[in-house]
Design a protein around this ligand. Structure first.
Ligand code: ATR
Length: 283
């Protein structure tokens, strides 16, 4: 009898730090699914042979992390509408012999807002710090969820401008604008902000983007950081001090994984269990 080939895992470089195996394997175990989710370190030159053998599998579900979220696109047969807009893929599935790419990063972020903070982006004014790959995913998901305005602020202003112009063309229901990270530009914008998101690594050890004029934010504003280590970034600490609501990055990691699990298995993700596995491995 032919042996069934099943492949689940995360490809990237580096991947040793990934918390995805812990949360996905916990979820597979709960449903007694005979899958083993692995860390697969690949450089760019190894992608072709990886995808050649992936196509020979009977079942496959793969997450993609840095630096391959864009590199994998030429190897896929189809992209979800979100992945197409974002221009990057973090999840793929082998479905009836076809490789289909998705992006659950942004949708995972929006899910974490909805589930953990009971906060919906609909008709909200959002200020986003950063203009890299993480920003792209979050911007698309927020716009598709009905955000009224998205203000992109970036250290390199030109990149913020390019992003705002690109998405204004593609996502017409949301109004886009941009600025540098200069406190002077941010003061006015912060006054009209319902949600402030940091998508830059500023806030990780010794990599500060503060001072930001956080005191200009309305008292009801939510401040969120997609960095999950440390769980309390310098941005979140400063926001808390001002009495603002805050959200760390663990929720995004959890819900992007939960959405990937649902794509692969068609089952509802066991959120509490997956979160426990994440927390255990983070500690
Ligand atoms: P990712 O895919 O995680 O978003 P990226 O594409 O390298 O990573 O983007 C990193 C973003 O963080 C960029 O917007 C970068 O600003 P620049 O466009 O000016 O490079 C921003 N960034 C990185 N370090 C920063 C810091 N210390 N302060 C402010 N912004 C920073």
């Amino acid at each position: 009898m032919k042996k069934s080939k099943i492949q689940f895992g995360i490809i990237g470089n580096p991947v040793h730090h990934s918390l995805s195996p812990a949360m996905q394997n916990a979820a597979f175990k709960k449903f007694k699914l005979p899958y083993q989710y692995k860390k697969i370190k690949l450089n760019e030159t190894q992608l072709k042979s990886f995808f050649d053998q992936l196509r020979q599998s009977d079942k496959a579900g793969i997450n993609i992390t840095v630096p391959h979220k864009e590199n994998v696109i030429p190897f896929l047969d189809e992209l979800s509408p979100e992945a197409k807009l974002i221009g990057a893929v973090n999840t793929l599935q082998l479905h009836h012999g076809k490789l289909i790419g998705y992006n659950t990063d942004g949708a995972g972020y929006v899910q974490s807002l909805l589930k953990e903070k009971k906060w919906s982006p609909k008709n909200k004014r959002i200020t986003l710090l950063g203009a890299g790959g993480a920003a792209r995913g979050i911007i698309v998901a927020l716009a598709l969820a009905g955000a009224k305005e998205i203000y992109i602020s970036n250290r390199t202003k030109e990149k913020a401008k390019k992003l705002a112009q690109e998405f204004q063309k593609k996502l017409k229901k949301t109004r886009f604008d941009f600025s540098s990270l200069q406190a002077e530009s941010l003061r006015k914008i912060f006054k009209n902000t319902d949600l402030l998101i940091n998508t830059t690594p500023g806030g990780m050890q010794g990599n500060e983007i503060l001072p930001l004029p956080l005191d200009q934010l309305p008292q009801k504003a939510l401040v969120s950081d997609i960095v999950y280590k440390p769980s309390q970034t310098s941005l979140l600490k400063a926001a808390k001090k001002l009495g603002l609501k805050t959200q760390g990055g663990l929720g995004m990691l959890l819900y992007q994984g939960a959405l990937a699990f649902e794509i692969w298995t068609g089952r509802k993700a066991p959120i509490t269990l997956m979160k426990k596995a994440l927390m255990k491995n983070l500690a």
